[in-house]
Design a protein around this ligand. Sequence first.
Ligand SMILES: *Cc1c(COP(=O)(O)O)cnc(C)c1O
Length: 221
Amino acid sequence: MSESGMEGLLQRWRSLEHELGEAGVTMVAISKYAPDDAVAVLIDAGHRCFGESRPQLLRDRALRWPQCQWHMIGPLQKNKAKYVARHAAMWHSCDSVATAAAVAAHLDGRTLPVLIQVNISGNPDQHGISVDELPAFAAQITAIEGLQLCGLMAMAPHFGDVRPAFQAMRSLRDKMFDGSVGQLSMGMSGDFREAVEEGATMVRLGSVLFGELDIRNNRND
Ligand SMILES: *Cc1c(COP(=O)(O)O)cnc(C)c1O
């Protein structure tokens, strides 16, 4: 990473940290396309909360930087469940009871905070549990020993106004968690300000933080 690239990254991080800190919202730095040296720059600056969508990369980085929290945000297959069980600080993208049971089987006495991913757009191409299925699904996750259900996660619809979706997520969270303690992971680079205004407790920021160029250079999936 060039000097100017690093300086730009640090500037974006400082300004986002400031803005989100004022709002009391946690920034999960989505490093899935970021090179190791960009991750190292943020860690040196004091950032500790990262998100990965590929379980092996999450494991590799969690082993390399154990001082950080590594959040799993992507789709998960059962055969990769052990990486999440052993190395993730939080699992945002839980939407299968079978996969959740596979994760729990590898926890070795650890407790893993879990968010249920809700398909709030109703688009069949997007991941997550439908709003109708959510109560029954949540009860099943709660019954799995070692998993601690602590909130909801969603991605906004690809088209149209994002606010109704974010508002719906907030009211689902309020219903499930008595409006008090539940986490609400919503908002990405293109819509995090709306998400914060609508009550997100965590935003997941990739390109707005790491920059478009780094993303293109490191995309390998
Ligand atoms: C990649 C990804 C993000 C970050 O996306 P940006 O638009 O680059 O901020 C957030 N959430 C999930 C689930 C992702 O896969």
